[in-house]
Design a protein around this ligand. Structure first.
Ligand SMILES: [Zn+2]
Length: 313
């Protein structure tokens, strides 16, 4: 398909609404991802947003002209709503029955994300919908002045929903760089519980933690166990030192003999059953070799990606 994507506004003086967030920012965020994802699925994409305009009217006229002269198969204008902070949900405008056929699955996919279904509405009053010569839809993704909608909103999910609705296909996931856990800013209780479970640090009753995001006695005792294990001050509170130690382990750095010692080596010694002195000496190397032999890895005494995988997944 040849699809015209119209990123709403973003052409001063044609600027979007303001609420908790800016419409211009969100239409750009979603629109650019929709274009990339459609291309990744093999579709031809025409960017209908004008470069430079002198009036709002001219902004709209140019969008229509770009779509009409490129003879796109369908025109998709991306917008966000704003009203009285209490209105919420998703609506799509279309005029022709063909336009409605495009609108329906897009609306269904967005509603699946949890947004209230405000339905498909007659877009006859909307310049770009009325004047484009092919089936056209204008998606009001959700309300930027609604707490409810802005909490639900995720740009990537919204873009995926639009692409799935238009094409019936889910876009391939983007190839993301492996996040560097060393600087992961997420210090939520939920991530703490997941991390401790992943690191096989149990609570005072030797149980894995419930991953419920609630800080309670079990989680506090598991934090204490972790602090004891890696040799930092035992407070039962997830301090910065605690997170630094956790994140260092989760970032799975390559560890070899004479590697700077500390909490990381002490954690490895705990897992490998070696003396927990935090120093990678011959005894630790022996324990690593044994672990590697037992798990079918190459025995090299180096904690690399494969050994980490066996230890913490
Ligand atoms: Zn708008």
């Amino acid at each position: 398909m040849k699809i015209g994507i119209d990123i709403g506004h973003n052409a001063p003086p044609d600027t979007g609404a303001k609420g908790i967030k800016f419409e211009d920012h969100l239409t750009t965020e979603v629109g650019l991802m929709v274009m990339e994802k459609l291309k990744a699925l093999g579709h031809t994409v025409v960017d209908c947003k004008p470069q430079k305009v002198y009036s709002v009217k001219q902004s709209l006229v140019q969008r229509v002209n770009i779509a009409n002269s490129a003879r796109v198969d369908v025109f998709v204008s991306i917008h966000f709503n704003a009203f009285n902070t209490r209105a919420y949900g998703t609506e799509i405008f279309a005029t022709s029955s063909k336009g409605r056929q495009f609108a329906k699955p897009v609306l269904t996919e967005i509603v699946k994300l949890g947004f209230f279904n405000r339905g498909i509405k007659n877009g006859f009053h909307l310049y770009v919908v009325r004047n484009t010569s092919m089936p056209a839809i204008l998606v009001e993704c959700c309300f930027i002045d609604s707490q409810n909608d802005m909490k639900l909103y995720n740009g990537e999910a919204m873009a995926n929903a639009i692409v799935k609705g238009l094409t019936g296909e889910l876009p391939p996931p983007p190839v993301e760089p492996i996040p560097d856990e060393t600087n992961n800013p997420d210090t939520s209780v939920l991530r703490l519980q997941k991390s401790l479970n992943r690191l096989k640090i149990s609570d005072k009753d030797d149980k894995m933690l419930d991953e419920d995001g609630d800080l309670g006695p079990a989680t506090n005792s598991a934090i204490e166990n972790f602090q004891t294990t890696v040799g930092i001050q035992i407070t039962g509170v997830a301090s910065k030192t605690t997170w630094d130690a956790l994140n260092e382990i989760l970032s799975k750095p390559i560890v070899r003999q004479n590697h700077a010692a500390g909490t990381l080596v002490q954690y490895l010694q705990y897992r490998l059953g070696a003396d927990m002195d935090g120093i990678y000496g011959p005894q630790t190397e022996l324990a690593i070799n044994t672990f590697q032999r037992d798990t079918g890895l190459v025995i090299d005494g180096i904690i690399g990606p494969l050994t980490w995988e066996k230890l913490i997944g």
